[in-house]
Design a protein around this ligand. Sequence first.
Ligand code: PHB
Length: 391
Amino acid sequence: MTKQATVLSARGPNGIRQSDLLFQPVKVGPLELKNRIVMAPMTRAMSPGGVPGENVAQYYRRRAAGGAGLIVTEGTFIPHRSSGHDQNAPRFYGDDALAGWKRVVDEVHSAGAKIFPQLWHVGLIRKPKVGGAEGVFDDDSRGGRRVGPSGITGGNDLPLAHVSEPATQQEIDEIVEAYGIAAESAHRLGFDGVEVHGAHGYLIDQFLWDKTNLRDDRYGGNISGRSRFGADVIREIRRRVGTDFCVTLRISTWKQQDYSAKLATSPAQWEQIVTPLAEAGVDAFHVSQRRFWEGEFGSDINLAGWTKKLTGKPTITVGSLTLNNSMMEMMEGKGGTPEDNLAPLYRGFERGDYDLVAIGRAMIANPDWALKIRKGESLRPYSLTMLHALD
Ligand code: PHB
């Protein structure tokens, strides 16, 4: 019997076969999902000019047909001149891009899954003067400057640098509104909810982090000040889409610029960050770790577990499930081999630490990840070239 088959047949204390834990229906805010399996958002830059084409619709359709209950799309830029950094990553505005997204929604729905777009503003990670679709990636002379809380980028892996002036109140107001407009578009197109990208060192996370947010106005100064921008975004979305539309927020303490960055060093500090976000209207937190099995705050409960405990909201855990390496190690060309790390996942489910799990690269390599896990079949290894393949 393979190791995977052993895990598959084990039964937990509640008598449910452990792999069946993944296939229980779950309610997230107003939304019913058929199972606990989420396709994680992954940037592929396969949408020339920002428009997701038929290949993108088929790519998501295959993962829906492969058994995922919910698909969270790759990050898609909100309608603000400062939001994007890659002309081949999809936009979430303009008739051409929104028509492309409508195809994606229809394909995914007809294959039996739910779908959210991941709404994205890259903040200071935006590279200035990238050529591209008209009006999308302006250079500074046309007003598309890099916007972040204090104009500072940095972290352990990138020296702190002053790259622009702090966001003005007008820019903050415009960007908050842009998230709301994007959520309204998602609602109109028939998406089942939206995910706000608040993780990995992008704009909302730049506000959350004391290294990149040195503001002394209401958007900084202390932990709750640093949470205010994200909370304003969620409130604006809620104001526009009401309560009958699911809103999730992706958060992390690691950043691309600094893997070891911590937004909080204790549960009490984390509570001060996540409580205002939950109160603003988040239905579920999608808590990104590089490795989901690692406990936080000196405990064996991961950050998704703590977030659920502290807010009472459902959580999605994510981070290298069924893979032997983290995303950034893979970018350096390491690993990609399937790893049976389902046992710690099931333990967390049984303990109630989280409600759903997102699968990233392993679901690129295995569009039918869910069906394979259910049947105990072995998984195909992942390699970086698959990210940009057409299937
Ligand atoms: C990436 O393109 O490498 C990327 C995009 C979004 C993330 C993380 C990484 O949240």
